[in-house]
Design a protein around this ligand. Structure first.
Ligand code: NAP
Length: 297
C-alpha cells in the first residue's frame, strides 16, 4: 500500500508540534506554520499565512495530502474577544475554505474545534447538544464547525477539551507555566469555579488518530474522563510533581477583571469516541507518565 500523506496545520502550535514530534507510523507527515519554524528534526514544515487569498490552494497543490488535520487557529480567548474582525479569517474563513477545497479534491478533512462552543451551564454535552458559546472564540469555533460541515459533510469535527503537556519552542501551555511558577516558589491563582475534563497531548493525539484512521465523519467529542476545577487540577499536579500546594490561591472567575467570558463546566460526553476505541487514562496516570518522560519541566 502507498504511504498516505497527512498535512498538519498549526505545526508550531501546542497540538501540531506534539503531533509532528511523534508522528504515527505508516504516514508521511508534513506541517504548516505561520510565524515560527518549529524545530522538529523530522517532518518538513512549510511556512504559510493561511489567511492570504490563494494560500490554501497553493499549500494543497504543493503538499498533495491525503488528509488535512487542521490545528491552526488563534486560540487566545482574550485576543479573539478584543479583535473579532482580526481573528475571524483564521478561525472561521480558513477552516471553511480548507474544508471546501478538500471536499473538491477528495482529501479527508479533520477540524479541531473546542469545548468552548458550549456555555458550561448544562454539562455533560454530547455531539447532539446545540452550541451556545459565551465568548467570541467559542462563537468563531461554532461558526467554523457549521461552515465546515456545510462545505464538506464527510469532514470530522473533533471537539478538544483543555489539553496539557510539553509545548515546544513557540507555543504556550498552562502545565509547564504552572510548574515553572510553583518551582520558583511563586503563588499561582487558579479558578475554583471553572471545571474542565483535560487530557494530555498524547491522549488527544490518540483521539485524533481514531478520527483520521477510522474515517470518522461529523462531530466527535474527545474529552477526558475526570471533571475537575483548575484549582483541583493544580492540587493534583502538586501531588504528582512534588510541588508546594500551599502556593495555590483559590479564585473565582468573577474575581478577575478584563478577561473574556469563560464557561463554567464544559464536560464533554465522550461515548461516541469510546465506542471507537478512545481511552483517556486517569489524570494521575497521565501526569505521572509526563513527569517520567521528563520533557515538560
Ligand atoms: N490547547 C488547548 O487546550 C485547546 C483546547 C481546545 C481546542 N483547541 C483547538 O486545538 C487546535 C490547536 O490548538 P493549539 O493549542 O495547538 O493552538 P496554538 O498553540 O495557539 O497554535 C496555533 C497555531 O496556529 C498557527 N496560526 C495562527 N495564525 C495562522 C495563520 N494566519 N496562518 C497559518 N497558521 C496560523 C500558529 O502558527 P505560528 O505559531 O507559526 O504563528 C500555530 O502553529 C485549535 O483548533 C484549537 O482551537 C485547543
Amino acid at each position: 500500500m502507498d504511504t498516505r500523506r497527512i498535512l498538519v496545520t498549526g505545526a508550531s502550535g501546542f497540538l501540531g508540534w506534539n503531533l509532528l514530534r511523534e508522528p504515527w507510523a505508516d504516514w508521511e507527515w508534513i506541517g504548516s506554520s505561520y510565524r515560527h519554524d518549529p524545530e522538529l528534526g523530522g517532518p518538513d514544515v512549510v511556512r504559510t499565512d493561511l489567511t492570504v487569498p490563494g494560500a490554501i490552494a497553493t499549500l494543497l497543490d504543493d503538499t498533495r495530502p491525503d488528509v488535512v488535520l487542521h490545528a491552526a487557529a488563534v486560540t487566545d480567548l482574550n485576543v479573539c474577544e478584543r479583535d473579532p474582525d482580526g481573528t475571524v479569517q483564521i478561525n472561521v474563513e480558513t477552516p471553511a475554505t480548507l474544508a471546501a477545497l478538500c471536499a473538491r479534491q477528495g482529501i479527508r478533512f479533520v477540524f479541531t474545534s473546542s469545548d468552548m462552543v458550549f456555555d458550561g451551564r448544562n454539562p455533560p454535552y454530547d455531539e447532539t447538544s446545540q452550541p451556545c458559546p459565551v465568548n467570541i472564540y467559542g462563537l468563531q469555533k461554532a461558526e467554523a464547525e457549521a461552515r465546515v460541515l456545510a462545505a464538506n459533510p464527510e469532514a470530522a469535527i473533533c471537539r478538544m477539551p483543555l489539553m496539557f503537556g510539553a509545548a515546544g519552542p513557540w507555543a504556550h501551555n498552562f502545565l509547564p507555566e504552572w510548574i515553572e511558577t510553583l518551582t520558583h516558589g511563586r503563588p499561582l491563582m487558579l479558578f475554583t469555579d471553572e471545571y474542565r475534563a483535560p487530557v494530555s497531548a498524547t491522549v488527544a493525539q490518540s483521539g485524533l488518530r481514531i478520527a483520521v484512521e477510522q474515517q470518522v465523519s461529523g462531530i466527535l467529542h474527545l474529552g477526558g474522563e475526570e471533571r475537575l476545577s483548575r484549582y483541583d487540577f493544580g492540587k493534583l499536579l502538586c501531588e504528582v510533581w512534588g510541588l508546594d500546594s500551599a502556593l495555590l490561591q483559590a479564585v473565582r472567575r468573577a474575581d478577575v477583571d478584563g478577561m473574556a467570558p469563560r464557561p463554567g463546566d464544559t464536560f464533554l460526553d465522550n461515548h461516541r469516541a469510546k465506542g471507537l476505541g478512545y481511552r483517556a487514562p486517569s489524570l494521575q496516570e497521565q501526569l505521572t507518565g509526563l513527569k517520567a518522560e521528563g520533557r515538560v519541566a
